[in-house]
Design a protein around this ligand. Structure first.
Ligand SMILES: [Zn+2]
Length: 66
């Protein structure tokens, strides 16, 4: 459910999209989702999710469609 997730960090990508790090409240894990290419990451602890999100933001050139 969308209501159980909270965005905790956002990274701007090379292409001008946003990678959001979200907390899944029900289990305490964090995931990232890219608004440009719709890729997302597997649930991890926050520090690793931030690293993954930032790595993706550094290389992603996809533009958001809306
Ligand atoms: Zn992306």
């Amino acid at each position: 459910m969308a209501g159980t997730k909270k965005v905790v960090t956002k990274f701007a990508t090379q292409g001008g999209a946003i990678v959001s790090v979200v907390e899944a409240r029900e289990n305490g894990w964090f995931e990232w989702e890219c608004s440009g290419c719709s890729e997302s990451g597997l649930p991890r602890v926050r520090r690793f999710t931030n690293d993954d999100a930032q790595s993706h933001a550094d290389v992603c050139r996809a533009l958001p469609l809306d």
